[in-house]
Design a binder for this molecule. Structure first.
Ligand SMILES: [Zn+2]
Length: 483
């Protein structure tokens, strides 16, 4: 093995290998379904019911590459700005393990479909990608008890052969926070491309981590499932390495597993090198030409991506970058914003969509896919706000109801008499009452207690049933008191 001569400049060095499941109907090399098949007897997935001689690797079976999976991988490579290989070649990665009934996994070793792309973090830092390639998922090992305690292991080959894209970064991430941000940006790209289904598809990561204090001796943490877990596992591993070095331990390269329940990494084995796998070309699968026409056709399907949306929102719609970043993160939110901003002042629209809409959706646990309201409801609601026909408070409350059961905001305001009280005469009357009823509070305010003033505003708001505009209440109260 070559001695490593790291030339890193940051204290923590992280590289990620992300495995994302592509949302196809069938597996990578056979026609077995990728999702559970519901039968009359069973709505659940029954182990080992979605397999055939090909994905189990029976002698004589012939794999046939799934065009849709290649299309999706190509789409991802193009979105990530990769150089595309002119030919698609598959190799066999040989190892003996029960999750691989063929004793090899079909992957791309020599010639990945995409090379040297990049993902931009929200800070603007670019993280380079070494490669993006296609491979099949192995089977799942099911331990009836914990890994250490189970007397036997069950194998479910339903996942065996599911199409994955592996995305390998350069070791350029400098903290667990950057890794989380990277995953967030990548996830938004998956969603925009429509190649990944958050409900049924799995994202797994292997992470390489090293710290300056050990001379960058790296550990690989395998099989971290889910976006949040990646940051947690990295935090733990950085701390563990720091503590080990501080205790005078000499670190060695190793492969570790992430135990999400305990929140720790466990040493599995010494790190193997790529040479240990003995890659050979898979001659069962013909070499596929990735023609310029094919690339051009897929390129047309790549939509405007989150980074481009952010740029457009900031330059064309003139909204704050912070709002643009939040709005662009979700494709459906970004699209809704664009539609609303055609009719409503974009700054007001951005504020309401990123703050209020997300707050209310969070409250009702709704996602954009199951949202019942559309841009028309929001445009109508925000028209009422921007023309001061209702107060912000009333609009917030209406949005909370609107999201559960859509209705026409304008008709609702009329019907329920929710129009803002902007008649200065009425507000002045309420203010006078508030002052007369609370002489003690007024005295308090006059002796320098600012809070007493807010109390009086509160009394007026209550009298108006929340329909007075707070700014007007403030100024009328102030002028009355100063007289
Ligand atoms: Zn199959």
């Amino acid at each position: 093995m070559k001695p490593s001569t790291p030339s890193f400049t940051t204290d923590v060095v992280i590289g990620l290998e992300i495995h994302v499941q592509l949302d196809t109907k069938t597996k990578l090399f056979c026609s077995c379904p990728t999702k559970p098949v519901a039968t009359k007897q069973n709505a659940e997935d029954v182990p080992n019911t979605r397999c055939c001689p090909t994905c189990l690797g029976f002698p004589g079976s012939k794999p046939v590459a799934n065009k849709k999976a290649i299309d999706y991988a190509l789409k991802l490579c193009l979105a990530l700005g990769c150089s595309i290989s002119e030919t698609l070649v598959f190799s066999r990665k040989s190892y003996f393990y029960p999750d691989l009934s063929k004793n090899y996994q079909i992957t791309q070793y020599e010639l990945p479909l995409g090379t040297s792309g990049a993902v931009m973090l929200s800070t603007g830092k670019k993280i380079g990608l070494t490669r993006v390639h296609l491979e099949e998922d192995p089977a799942s090992l099911v331990h009836p008890d914990s890994i250490e305690r189970s007397a036997f292991v069950l194998i479910d080959y339903n996942r065996s052969g599911i199409p994955l894209c592996e995305i390998v970064t350069n070791p350029e991430l400098a903290s667990p926070e950057e890794a989380r941000d990277f995953m967030k940006q990548l996830n938004a790209i998956f969603e925009y491309l429509d190649i990944f289904n958050a409900d049924t598809c799995v994202v797994k990561a292997d992470a390489n981590i090293s710290i300056k204090e050990s001379g960058y001796i790296r550990s690989e943490v395998k099989n971290i499932t889910g976006f949040k877990e990646i940051e947690r596992a990295l935090f733990y591993e950085v701390q563990r390495q720091n503590a080990a070095v501080a205790a005078g331990e000499k670190l060695v390269q190793d492969t570790r597993g992430w135990d999400a329940a305990k929140g720790i990494t466990i040493r599995l084995r010494k790190k193997e090198t790529e040479e240990d796998y003995g890659y050979i070309l898979d001659t069962d699968i013909p070499v596929i030409d990735v023609t310029p026409e094919w690339i051009a056709q897929i390129k047309k399907q790549v939509p405007e991506l989150p980074a481009e949306k952010v740029h457009k929102f900031v330059t064309t719609h003139k909204i704050p970058e912070e709002d643009a970043l939040v709005l662009a993160q979700e494709k459906l939110l970004a699209e809704m914003f664009e539609k609303v901003a055609e009719k409503i002042d974009p700054i007001l629209a951005a504020k309401w969509l990123r703050r209020e809409l997300l707050r209310v959706m969070n409250m009702t646990k709704q996602t954009f896919k199951d949202l019942l309201i559309d841009e028309h409801h929001l445009i109508e609601l925000l028209e009422l706000v921007s023309t001061k026909q209702i107060t912000d408070r009333t609009a917030q409350k209406m949005l909370e109801e609107l999201i559960v059961k859509p209705f026409s905001p304008k008709a609702y305001v009329k019907e329920h008499g929710l129009g803002a009280v902007s008649d200065a005469g009425i507000i002045e009357q309420y203010c006078k009452e508030a002052i007369a009823e609370n002489p003690g509070v007024l005295a308090d305010y006059k002796s320098g207690n600012e809070k007493a003033f807010h109390f009086l505003v509160g009394v007026v708001m209550k009298k108006s049933k929340g329909k007075a505009v707070p700014n007007e209440v403030n100024s009328i109260l102030k002028s009355l008191i100063s007289h």
